[in-house]
Design a protein around this ligand. Sequence first.
Ligand code: FAD
Length: 375
Amino acid sequence: MRIVIIGAGVIGLATAWRTAAGGAAVTLVDPAPASGASSVAAGMLTPVSELTYGEEPLLRLGLASRDRYGAFAAELEELTGLDTGYRTDGIIEVAFDSDDLKHLDDLRRFQESLGIPVEALTGRECRKQEPMLAPGVRGGLLAPADGSIDPRRLAPALLAACERLGVRLVRRRAARIVAEHDAAAGVGLDDGTVLPADRVLIAAGPWSGDLEGLPPGTVPPVRPVKGQVIRLRTRTPFIRRSTRGLVRGSSVYLVPRADGEIVLGATQEELGFDTRVTAGGLWELLRDARELLPGITELEFAEVTAGLRPGSPDNAPVMGPTAMPGLFAGTGHFRNGILLTPVSADILSAMLLDGPVPEVAGAFAPGRFATEVRA
Ligand code: FAD
């Protein structure tokens, strides 16, 4: 079975690894592997803290992925000898004012109604967990089973795993889907070369609809949602674990790494394919972060970046066979692509190899949008 995967972000890379491990001949096409959202993301692994009302299927997918992460990261690290920065020290979510606290209380009740363990903390208990928090912090939640990974370590490790398993990496842009008898039969590159394939997976993040030869509606529209992040540096311990905060209704987070890096994020902006870093975006992040952790102004500034989250019409991933035989989609992972990498790789590789597909995949088929349009 010859499989071509378009896009070497975390989703394309992890699927290529798992599909090659299943015995297929896999070619991965990307002019700049891991240059998309996967190189910008903070890497929080938090299905619980990010929970939004009405997103229960996504929550189940997130929990399934979080539960796979330990074994996934260990296997990857053992195969490649590379550290992924995986940690499981929980995530604390704190409230700045009484309205923010009310929102967190609602969130806690909702989580408890779904049987998800989460611990409510008073302001004092929050500061006991994270002594650098501002004295005014009103209270919070601790999600003890959540964690984080460093996407800038994860992607190179996945690339190394692909190389180990004989995945062919073609550093070119895929320009079109080549069809024979209305079925996908290969991928045409920007230099005119055609890579023949039995099956093609589009995992090109927000660029997934940007290929010639796609019949209209084959791949659901995926839009870019911009996120700006700041990378700071500390020589002395600052926060122990990922810390999210609600500050007058707006959300901010800080994710620490073992090497002293702290990722502060993230804006959420619907501005098309714009990746400019703006003064206003950075100011909002620093303003809100300083309300929660006044000491951040002492940290060393390292980097600012903006990335594009791939958002589908319902903000949930789009995974599975499309209306074109032989063509599969693996995109739309929006704010959760790093968290969802292990489960997405299991789902997509099983689909590409005709293996048993994990049950949680059911809600995320590309066809769900076509049905909505017909109805
Ligand atoms: P991408 O990483 O965007 O990769 C797409 C790849 O496709 C790129 O390498 C690109 O070069 C390639 N490509 C594009 N067009 C073509 C073409 N024509 N031919 C060949 N290749 C092509 N998720 C979490 O779980 N936790 C977080 O804490 C988190 N924080 C985030 C913070 C920010 C600021 C942002 C922007 C995202 C964050 N995310 C987070 C979301 C996560 O980063 C994404 O969901 C995930 O990276 C999507 O991975 P992907 O492989 O689908 O796409």
